[in-house]
Design a protein around this ligand. Sequence first.
Ligand SMILES: [Zn+2]
Length: 67
Amino acid sequence: MECPRCKGVMVSDRFEDVADDTGALKFSGWRCILCGEILDPVISANRQCHHEPLLGRSRKKFATQLG
Ligand SMILES: [Zn+2]
């Protein structure tokens, strides 16, 4: 596993997160030993779902046309 941020070595690790009604929620993910970047299945899924195209320019252009 390669860190997407620093290209460092990532190790499989287990994390604990606190859920409101179910108590402690454990999940496994990846942690970069160099920069501390953490990847987990939820974060990975969100990043894939919220794949943003380059809309910055078109939005500015659109706003300019309206103004
Ligand atoms: Zn890293």
